[in-house]
Design a protein around this ligand. Structure first.
Ligand code: NAD
Length: 390
């Protein structure tokens, strides 16, 4: 296609965290340009942000409903191709639904909605409109995660027996939500965050990572959720046992009160013949261990990685030894999302590699995970809880 894909943004106002990451990551490959936005819940701040980003003042909007209306008034060759929703969780559903129904593609932050009911409704809207919907589970965008998935798919580990996945953070060990820290304030407020705290915020990333790499589905879980910080309404720590649909067993823990931990997402996958290990804080390597042989370290950007995984090769931009990380993983989801939109615009079917980004089904799985983990974790009598079908 001889033009860039036009992006709009809702959220990501002054001082916001993830909106800025989206803007940088979407721009990495030079194929997406930000042209419009309703950047903040406060309209003054939205206009301030638009000015800082040099967005045309006519395309900086006071709120997302005005944005939809005004974008629809533009000629089709000027309108945004997609919107990214980078607001707190309670806004994801209405904003995504309204843009989809108005005919726009959507990239939404996780968790997808506030509950399973909304998630099912959003899935119906995506199916009805036929628009492209991406969900920013950015950790599956890492090339070495894609390598791990291809190793499992190609049988390198044998039958998967056990999965251990953890996401420890320590930034909520103090009640900073009461001290004006705005990212903490909405994350610990059930009205804006939903029924889960740490499990919704980062536990869903762990769940998505385990299911993405192994291709397995969690069928049942037994969870223990705690709010360690006095007065906090949502969990800030949780530990779960998992059962998967092939009989594999698992352990998932997510925590925001693990003192000193930063973003320690990590996964260990144990098969009948080999096991593998990946760490988000050292994302350019996958370790593989077998029976009675030395440990292997697979390093991103090498020919042997490309030979094993076309998806990993496609998601690497720099030669081996030059670290790639968080922004590039986001950018990989954007690359495949934008390619899929381009295919639709050109009337072509996207390939399996182009369709490799999290979508509405991942979002629904995430919401089912949240509801199941809370049901099990908050009830001392009923422990093993089955996952309802997606
Ligand atoms: P934040 O509080 O830093 O920013 C939220 C922004 O959204 C603010 O600018 C706020 O004014 C704006 N906003 C709120 N309601 C709005 C509305 N109705 N219209 C327009 N703007 C609105 O929050 P954050 O940490 O950036 O998190 C935002 C979302 O991103 C959350 O859903 C969170 O779960 C997700 N997130 C994802 C990752 C990831 O790794 N994928 C990381 C961090 C956050």
């Amino acid at each position: 296609m001889s033009r860039k894909i036009r992006m709009g943004m809702v959220g990501g106002g002054p001082g916001a965290f993830i909106g800025e990451v989206h803007r940088k990551a979407a721009g990495i490959d030079g194929r997406i340009e930000l042209v419009a936005g309703a950047f903040d819940i406060d309209s003054e701040k939205s206009f301030q942000m638009g000015k800082e980003l040099c967005i045309c003042p006519k395309r900086t909007y006071s709120d997302y409903k005005t944005m939809i209306q005004k974008e629809l008034e533009l000629d089709e060759d000027k309108r945004i191709d997609f919107v990214v929703v980078a607001t707190p969780n309670n806004w994801h559903f209405p904003i995504s639904r309204d843009f989809l129904e108005a005919g726009f593609n959507v990239m939404c932050e996780k968790p997808m909605t506030l509950n399973v009911e909304e998630a099912r409704e959003l899935k119906e809207v995506v199916e009805k409109t036929g628009k492209v919907f991406g969900l920013m589970h950015n950790y599956t965008g890492y090339p070495m995660v894609k390598l791990a998935r291809d190793m499992v798919k190609q049988g390198d580990l044998g039958k998967i027996l056990k999965i251990v996945v953890e996401y420890p953070q320590g930034w909520l060990i103090k009640p900073i939500e009461n001290e004006g820290q705005k990212q903490a304030a909405w994350r610990t407020d059930p009205k804006q965050s939903g029924i889960a705290g740490a499990m919704g915020d980062i536990g869903t990333h762990a769940e998505n990572l385990a299911e993405y790499i192994t291709g397995l589905k969690i069928t049942e879980m037994c969870a223990d959720l705690t709010s360690f910080v006095e007065g906090r309404l949502l969990d800030d720590d949780g530990n779960c046992l998992l059962r998967f649909d092939n009989g594999a067993r698992g352990v998932l823990q997510a925590s925001q009160i693990s003192a000193g931990r930063e973003n320690g997402l990590a996964i260990w996958i144990y098969g009948e013949t080999q096991s593998l290990e990946w760490h988000q804080e050292h994302p350019n390597q996958v370790k593989v261990r077998g029976i009675d042989k030395p440990e292997e370290i697979w390093s991103r950007g090498n020919g042997y990685v490309a030979a094993k995984s076309a998806a990993a090769a496609r998601g690497s931009r720099l030669p081996s030894g030059h670290p790639e990380a968080f922004l590039e993983a986001f950018a990989n989801n954007y690359k495949n999302f934008a390619d899929t939109i381009t295919c639709k615009l050109e009337g072509r079917e996207p390939s399996e590699l182009e369709l490799d980004f999290p979508d509405v089904n991942d979002g629904l799985r995430g919401m089912i995970f949240i509801e199941t983990v809370v049901k099990s974790g908050k009830n001392d009598d009923i422990k093993w809880v089955k996952f309802p079908q997606a």
